[in-house]
Ligand binder design. Structure first.
Ligand SMILES: [Zn+2]
Length: 160
């Protein structure tokens, strides 16, 4: 088996609509967190309850903010990849089950380039789990830019 080429950069392409959905969810979560934080003050003078509620709200806000950051980063990477990238189907060569509870697989994929470089993709997405179960002979849709050595598995519709 060929070596894994670490110089290939993996991105996680996302469609405009999906990114928008993630951002809306991020805003909703953050608003809930802020609202909950304000309402928690009504629990005074039960300060332990106020503190516990604030802690939960801070966590929710953190999830919201990271969701937003993630959506923006993925959309940016997708927009950068689209003009030069081409759609390909990557054959799955090997799949390792890397967790016990949730189904997460590390897929070993062969890039359709000279020399057939191998890359790895750890994922619990339906499409990738199915590809792992369907071995041998399964493929996953991807986008690849050979010149810049960027690639990414496509998990949903890439619109616009
Ligand atoms: Zn995946």
């Amino acid at each position: 088996m060929q070596d894994v080429h670490p110089e290939w950069t993996q991105v996680d392409p996302i469609g405009h609509r999906a990114a928008l959905g993630m951002r809306v969810a991020a805003v909703v979560l953050t608003l809930i967190a802020v609202g909950g934080g304000v309402l928690s003050l009504r629990l005074a003078p039960e300060w332990w309850a106020v503190a516990a509620t604030l802690l939960v709200c801070a966590f929710v806000a953190l999830v919201g903010v990271s969701l937003w950051v993630n959506a923006v980063a993925r959309e940016k990477a997708t927009v950068a990849l689209r003009p030069t990238g081409r759609r390909v189907s990557l054959p799955v060569v090997l799949a390792e089950d890397i967790t016990d509870e949730m189904e997460t697989f590390r897929l070993h994929l062969k890039l359709p380039i000279e020399g057939g470089a191998m890359v790895q993709h750890a994922c619990s997405d339906n499409r990738c789990v199915e590809a792992a179960h369907a071995l041998p002979g399964s493929e996953v849709p991807a986008m690849i830019d050979e010149a810049r050595r960027i690639w990414g598995v496509i998990h949903g519709p890439i619109d616009r």
